[in-house]
Design a binder for this molecule. Structure first.
Ligand code: CA
Length: 490
């Protein structure tokens, strides 16, 4: 793997700064931001105006659990980003936590890491920085981070973990495939790998999801306005079509809207019918507004204009699904995606990996991780559950509970499951979720796909009332239907 010389230099500077001092002194002189944690937050200038921002958070030695946790980035990165509540929770559990900006800076020059149409985005002009964004940056800072942790506490971390979601989820796949020895355990959430319209107003989206839930909520035996497995919901959008004489268009769909919904369910295809990226499942409609606005405006346009077509005036409506997809793969996918299927080096190194994906994710086609799992299984000649497991989260949005589904548990206790698997050999047979945004006392059980949770008896809002089982439902998925561009690597 060829490392970015710019970023390698930045890491060298960091390592040099540390190695020329007594590390413990360096750490103890750092900003003390919390009575129980020492925060190291440094910026190192590189050969370009881009900075390498790097942060280590070290809990007090009295609560340090001897575990190292590196965290990933979201979106276009450019900053150290972890939800504050999750960060504090993990610090209080005693993890030494490290993160970085992925090698470029979120600032006013790139809409603070959000991108935007017609915006010149510096890091997308530099191949090595694009590669660092998802492929390399975590692997570049982790050895140095662990060196500081070792120096601070006087002993090496016993185990090393990585956790992230979205862009961070893609970073994890890159770590497992390109840097298989680096971590003992990896959690990949809603992996924004394999990045691939009529307008539907929010009331129409609400109306569609409500109709889907009216039809299918009880298929899982629990009336909670959540579908345990949307794949088994046989919903026909045409049942919501407006009558020709309809005057109130808020409770029915026009023919153009029906066509749009069918296209989103189906996902993009080449003109010859070959699937490019999976469609979005029923019951995810309520959050599609994010696709219709943020995703296209901030991310799609930025990458197409800066990286693929190198023309800030490029009109994304000119995108040709016949000829341009291969160009995206060639110019961007090869630098950004990591969708390989051969995890043999990661497995041989003893690595364990958990992937989680929300069924109502507004940005990621929820079935993509399922189809990728199938591809990985095919590559390995059968089940890979001894080192890789996928958990689908009913009703969950992108990495978190959606505000439009406040009844869905929003805390996923996956890191505990991973730690127990890595350190104690306990297979990840179930994961608890709790803490819905509406504040009610609700917990649910997640199961390793293709199993789903089935209600047995007792309180429907207590996760112990459910058992994992089944699995035959995946038969409704067409195996291998996804190609995800031509850079599918084995
Ligand atoms: Ca239900």
């Amino acid at each position: 793997m060829r490392l970015s010389t710019t970023l390698a230099w930045a890491v060298y500077q960091l390592a040099s700064a540390i190695s020329t001092q007594d590390c413990a002194t360096f750490a103890r002189n750092a900003v003390l931001s919390n009575p129980e944690a020492t925060l190291l937050n440094s910026s190192y200038p590189t050969e370009t105006p881009i900075y390498w921002d790097f942060q280590l958070s070290l809990p007090d030695a009295r609560i340090y659990n001897s575990l190292f946790l590196a965290i990933g980035n979201g979106g276009m990165a450019g900053k150290y980003d972890t939800p504050a509540n999750e960060f504090m929770w993990n610090i209080n559990k005693g993890y030494a936590i490290a993160g970085c900006d992925s090698g470029h800076e979120a600032s006013e020059i790139n809409n603070f890491g959000a991108g935007g149409p017609g915006l010149f985005i510096d890091y997308l002009q530099h191949t090595e920085q694009v590669e660092a964004w998802i492929h390399n940056s975590i692997a570049m800072h982790t050895p140095t981070s662990r060196e500081v942790v070792e120096s601070f506490y006087g002993v090496q971390p016993e185990y090393s973990y990585f956790k992230g979601c979205s862009t961070g989820g893609a970073q994890e796949f890159a770590l497992a495939l390109l840097w298989p020895d680096l971590f003992d355990g990896i959690i990949a959430g809603c992996p924004a790998n394999c990045k691939g319209a009529g307008f539907l107003p929010q009331p129409t989206l609400d109306f569609i999801t409500s109709a889907v839930l009216d039809k299918c909520d009880l298929l899982d035996g629990v009336a909670d306005r959540v579908l345990e497995n949307p794949l088994v919901c046989d919903f026909d959008i045409n049942t919501l079509a407006c009558e020709p004489s309809a005057t109130d268009l808020s409770s029915c769909l026009t023919p153009a809207q029906i066509t749009t919904v069918e296209a989103i369910y189906a996902g993009p295809k080449y003109p010859n019918g070959t699937q490019i990226y999976p469609g979005f499942p029923v019951s995810s409609e309520i959050e599609w507004m994010r696709q219709e606005t943020d995703l296209v405006q901030l991310f799609t346009s930025s990458i197409l204009q800066n990286l693929v077509f190198k023309d800030l005036k490029y009109d994304i409506l000119r995108f040709n699904w016949d000829s341009d997809v291969d160009r995206v793969d060639r110019e961007a996918g090869i630098l950004i995606d990591e969708i390989g299927v051969d995890f043999s080096r990661f497995k041989a190194a003893g690595g364990k990996m958990l992937v989680f994906q929300g069924w109502a994710d507004q940005y990621i086609g929820a079935t993509w991780p399922i189809q990728h799992l199938h591809q990985i299984e095919d590559s390995h000649g059968g089940s890979v559950s001894d080192f890789f497991n996928l958990f689908m989260i009913p009703g969950s949005g992108h990495c978190l509970a959606s505000s439009k589904d406040p009844n869905v548990p929003g805390a996923y206790h996956i890191l505990e499951t991973l730690v127990d698997w890595v350190e104690n050999g306990v297979p990840p047979e179930e994961v608890m979720t709790d803490q819905p945004l509406n504040g009610e006392k609700v917990s649910r059980k997640l199961c390793p796909w293709p199993q789903t949770a089935r209600y047995v008896k007792g309180d429907v809002n207590d996760w112990t009332s459910y058992v994992c089982g089944g699995g035959e439902m995946t038969a409704s998925l067409e195996k291998g239907s996804i190609v995800c561009g031509s850079n599918y690597k084995s």
